[in-house]
Design a protein around this ligand. Structure first.
Ligand code: SR1
Ligand code: MG
Length: 427
């Protein structure tokens, strides 16, 4: 038993910089990656996320990253218990993602279920994409990589690719990740629309809009429809937290990390997360621009990335559906002869339109939660002047509300980026 958070299994204890080397010395794949002897290894705790401990360990031959779950939410403290089992779901998700999207996730070198601890290859010289975007660094390979990741992981874990028995077994394997899903259900789909202890926003500047959103019946219905989808549509294995803080990049390499929120849910939730976080960055750039450091060209790049993310995802997903459909949905036998192929092509358009609408709705929910809810994005948080920050946030909130309530008005991703430009001019 630990003295903090939830009860933990016999043998669990959080590692620290002193105790980690001896432990890693007992993991052959890790010791080989580090090289030399235990005494040569340098350990730093670098976790700045909301939930876990993260260590970087350097040895004479190379480095590793170590992620260990705590029995509580690190951002809040021991008062918010959280099960260690999230590490179990994370390593299962990493294995599935590595199978379907090889080269786009970190290699897992070692996993310890009792310690809820995963050792991965150290991604070097990668940085968290969000931090690069705040400095207006472009990532020319991002759209290609993230759309590969989403198209492959979502398609190959869906009923379009899997026989029903395999799909149901996979749902069962992930359905215990309920505590992490509950965080999403509360923090994204519920609390930003009510008075809640966790909420915070730039005050007093956003007090009015926060109140307006709490009184907005149409918005509450729209977000509740999205919540119902999140609760009930087990379409595919989601990453579950696919924001730009879950992506590590160089200018030529992209890796998706941190799938501890993984579960079978609606595909649009992952796609929307990517779109939302790019749009948040787009609006934040006005708060980072300075004389001599204009950000308009970068904003153009960000909106092109938004468009690329949907358009390339759609093209790749449809190509997989054409070439690799082996699942029980849309049985081949019904669509091979006569009017079948044409009917299937028409249905694929309908399917993608529905997925687009879901993605835009989920994107909107994620934009709102990062401004009015508990966990904010440094894209906006690092704008020091509260007035400038509030202006960027207001534009983002106004767009998000329209995307969520009037989703049917947005028939293409270009309509979304045009509305983002308009929101920037209007407020
Ligand atoms: C209490 S956890 C808050 C947020 O951090 C994670 O990155 C997820 O986005 C979660 O909603
Ligand atoms: Mg994370």
């Amino acid at each position: 038993m630990a003295d903090k958070g939830l009860p933990v299994p016999e043998g669990y204890a959080p590692k620290d910089e002193d105790s980690l080397p001896a432990y890693l010395a007992g993991a052959p794949a890790v010791a080989a990656r580090l090289g030399g002897a235990q005494a040569d290894w340098r350990v730093r705790e670098v976790g700045d996320g909301n939930l876990n401990l993260v260590f970087i360990v350097d040895g004479p031959a190379g480095g590793v990253a170590v992620k260990q779950a705590l029995p509580y939410v690190r951002l809040v403290g021991e008062s918010w218990p959280l099960p260690l089992s999230r590490a179990h779901f994370e390593q299962m998700a990493l294995a599935t993602q590595a199978k379907h999207a090889p080269g786009l996730v970190p290699e897992v070198l070692h996993y310890d279920e009792t310690l809820a601890l995963i050792v991965m290859e150290l991604l070097q010289p990668h940085i968290i994409m969000r931090q690069g975007m705040i400095k207006a660094i472009r990532y020319p390979g991002f759209v290609e990589a993230i759309t590969d990741f989403m198209a492959r992981t979502l398609f190959h874990t869906s009923d379009l690719a899997l026989p029903a028995d395999e799909k149901k077994a996979a749902i069962a394997a992930f359905c215990g990740n309920t505590a992490l899903c509950k965080i999403t259900e509360d923090l994204i789909f519920t609390e930003p629309y009510m008075i809640a202890e966790n909420n915070r926003w730039t005050t007093p500047q956003l007090d009015g809009i926060a109140h307006e959103f709490r009184e907005d019946g149409a918005l509450k219905v729209a977000v509740s429809r999205l919540k119902l989808k999140f609760l009930s549509e087990a379409q595919a294995l989601l990453h579950g937290d696919l924001h730009t803080g879950s992506v590590m990049v160089t200018e030529s390499d992209t890796r998706v990390i941190d799938p501890e929120f993984a579960f079978y849910g609606p595909m649009g939730f992952d796609i929307g997360a990517v779109i939302a976080n790019l749009l948040i960055n787009y609006f934040s750039q006005d708060g980072h621009a300075k004389p001599g450091d204009p950000r308009e060209d970068y904003q153009t790049w960000v909106l092109e990335a938004v468009e690329g993310c949907w358009n390339e995802f759609r093209r790749k997903f449809l190509a997989l559906w054409r070439d690799r459909a082996a699942g029980d949905a849309y049985p081949h036998i019904l669509f091979t002869a006569g009017a079948g192929p044409e009917a299937l092509r028409a249905e694929q358009e309908v399917y993608m339109d529905r997925l687009f609408a879901d993605s835009i709705g989920f994107a909107a929910a994620k934009m709102i939660r990062r401004i009015l809810g508990l966990a904010h994005n440094i894209d906006l948080e690092w704008i020091e002047d509260p007035g400038a920050r509030a202006l960027c946030e207001t534009r983002c909130l106004r767009l998000a509300r329209d995307l969520m309530v009037n989703t049917e008005n947005y028939r293409s991703i270009e309509a979304v980026t045009a509305a983002a430009r308009k929101a920037r001019d209007a407020y």
